[in-house]
Each structure stands twice: as C-alpha cells, then as structure tokens.
Design a protein around this ligand. Structure first.
Ligand code: GLY
Length: 385
C-alpha cells in the first residue's frame, strides 16, 4: 500500500467545476488536492461555452435562473482574475445572442419564451426576420423573427479549463493524476478516497465533483449518492476562413423540429455547432445521424455553413439532475460535499459554484443564493410524509 496523502480538502474530479472549487478553497487557505487522471478534461472539452441564462430559460426553472444570472454577472471579473493570474486569454466575448425562428411553430415557441423572459424581468427584444438578417446577414432568408439578447455571452471552455489548471497550480493545489476508485468512510464520516493504484488520499472534507460520473464512485452510501445521469451532447467544430470573416458576429440559435441548434463564433475563427441531447447512458460515439442532424439544422439557419471546413466532431456527457439544477454543498454524510449535476449550465455556473463551495468549506453553510441547490432537497423528498 502506498503512503497516505492528506489535505484539508480533497476534490474528486478535475473538470472545470472541480478545479474552480479547488482553486477557491486554496485561495481561502485550505490545503487542497484534486484527484483526476486528466485535470482540465471532461465535458468542458466538448462544450460550446454559451453563457446564456436568458436564451436558455425554461418554464419552471425560475430558481435556477437566479443562480445562472448571478454567475453570469460574476463572469467578467472572474475571467479578468484568471487571465491576470495565468497570463492566458479565456476567449470571453460579450457578443450577445440572437435566437431565431424558421417557421410558424418555432415563431410561436419563441414568442412564448419572450413572454416568459419579460415576466421574469429579463432584457430581450423581439425582432422581425428582416431585422435579424440586418444584424446577421448570413442568416437564411426564411427567418421569421427572433429575440435579440445582448446579455448572453460566451467563453471558450477549453481555455477556461487550462486557465483553471494553471490557477490551481499557482495556488498550491496538489493534482493527483489518478482515478478515485472508492470513497472511504470512518465513524460515519467521509475520510477520503482510495485511488485505482491503491493510494489512500485522506482529507477533512471530500468534494465529489465528478460530472456525469459522480453517481458512480464506489463506497458512497446510497442515501447520499448524487442522482446524476449522463446526457450525451454531440458537438461540431468548423473553421471560418479569413475570407469569410465575420461569418457571424454573435451566437445564433434556434429550435428546429423541436431540437436545439446553436452556432457559437469565436474570435479565433472557430465556429462551434451544438448540440444533440441524448439519454443513452455512457455512450460517447459520434454518430452519422447526430452529425447529419446538426449540419442539416445549422444549414437551414445559416446556409453558408456548408462551405466551411469541418474540423472536429465530438460527444460529451452533461451531468443531468432530476430538476436540471446543480447539487451544491454538504450532504447528510459529514465530510462529504457535492458540486455536480450542472446539466446544461456547467460553464455558466463555474464562478458561482467555486464561490459557493469555498464558502461551504470554510463556514459549513451554503451562501444564501446557493441554498436552494443543497443536495438534501432530494433526500428530503424521499422522507415518509
Ligand atoms: N448549454 C448548451 C448545451 O448543454 O447544449
């Protein structure tokens, strides 16, 4: 057996959520470690990086909206702090988003979204099809109308992940490049993990931040096991040659035949097209059907897309939760906290998650705005009446 390695906080999972938690904990003076075979990997390597609380608003998710808006509000200072610390450019663009409708059904759905946004006090402007094309001349002539949301931005999640690895190293976070095999529990308290190589890592607090894998760590008592599931998203990356620039000046999205399609243009010429949403377990195959549907829908929206080189196809797994909201903070097992279940909003919720978990680790309590996201909401639901 290898020697035991000890810290105040051990974060299981080195995706952007685990890394931001570790970085913020270390900044508060806690000796922090992360266990992950590939820190900076995970769903952020696939995600488009939309910061879109307004255009991604859904009925029944008002509580989540407040957290999403708060995290979006923190983004400019969050990326400025990371960029200053690491010298890295995170590809943050305050570019806004245009959500458009291609037919009468899409238009009715978008009108519904607009009404919900207005009831929620959000900034969003209804535009005619002609106005949409004036803003984005590459849009199809058939666009029937759209919503201009100047506050929904983007960041490059791959650069964000790289910056968070650098920030963790800068803050003295120890990165154990290994799989966490099993949670260890002693005297009714989480005490650490054992890695695949048999190394025992112990800590006063263990934060389970394993994305869609969070429900799979062995040794976690069933009553605190996070109810997360993998939701597959296939994503394409294309390149806009300089002669076509600017191809799009902001994120453009639509609902086409009931499915979401979005095009996210980066300043470096990358154009990200996403995403499927498939409940297929742990499958991360890129399928001909997935690529076909994304390109077909994107082409209906922006016909010129078929001229662009297709540079990458990839699938990732969103950590879905029963109410589409994250699970943050202490569980009913002392010493075990969760930072998982961010579903479609992992990139957006990165700043607020780091702050909420650091607060919980230092005070034992979630800050007010994060309290509705306690993991205990699921165990309480199962209490007998
Ligand atoms: N937030 C975009 C997606 O999950 O596809």
């Amino acid at each position: 057996m290898s020697p035991t390695r000890t810290s105040d906080v051990l974060v299981v999972g080195g995706g952007i959520i685990g890394l931001v938690t570790a970085w913020r904990a270390a900044q508060r003076g806690l000796a922090t470690a992360v266990v992950d075979p590939e820190p900076g990997g995970g769903a952020a390597q696939v995600a488009a990086g939309m910061l879109a609380p307004v255009t991604e608003l859904h009925h029944g998710e008002q509580t989540l909206l407040a957290l999403n808006l708060e995290s979006a509000r923190r983004y400019p200072s969050f990326v400025a702090e990371l960029a200053e610390l690491t010298g890295l450019d995170l590809g943050y663009r305050a570019c806004g988003t245009l959500a458009v409708a291609l037919d009468a059904d899409d238009r009715a759905e978008l009108r519904e979204l607009h009404a919900l946004q207005r009831r929620s006090g959000l900034d969003s402007e209804w535009l005619t099809g002609r106005d949409c094309r004036r803003l984005e001349p590459m849009l199809a002539p058939g666009v029937r109308g759209g919503l201009r949301v100047d506050g929904d931005h983007q960041v490059d999640p791959r650069r964000l992940a790289a910056a968070l690895v650098a920030a963790c190293e800068h803050a003295g976070v120890v990165l154990h490049r290994a799989w966490a095999e099993r949670l260890t529990v002693g005297r009714d308290r989480a005490t650490g993990v054992v890695t695949g190589a048999g190394t025992a890592l112990t800590a006063d607090h263990v934060v389970l931040a394993g994305g869609s894998l969070s429900g799979r760590l062995k040794g976690v008592p069933a009553e605190v096991l996070p109810p997360v599931r993998p939701v597959k998203g296939q994503v394409l990356r294309l390149t806009v040659p300089a002669r076509y620039a600017p191809f799009l000046s902001r994120t453009v999205r639509a609902v086409v035949r009931g499915g979401q399609v979005y095009l996210v243009p980066r300043e470096n010429g990358e154009l990200v097209v996403g995403a499927t949403s498939e409940e297929l377990g742990w499958d991360t195959t890129v399928t001909a059907g997935g690529v076909y549907e994304l390109l077909r829908d994107a082409h209906e929206l922006v016909p010129g897309i078929t001229e662009l080189p297709l540079t990458e196809t990839r699938a990732g797994l969103r950590p879905g939760s029963p109410d589409n909201a994250p699970l943050l903070g202490p569980t009913e097992l002392p010493g075990l906290l969760l930072a998982t279940g961010h579903h479609r909003n992992g990139v957006l919720l990165t700043p607020v998650t780091g702050d909420a978990l650091a607060h919980a680790l230092t005070t034992g309590e979630l800050p007010d705005g994060a309290r509705p996201f306690t993991p205990k909401r699921f165990s309480l639901l199962e209490q007998p009446a």
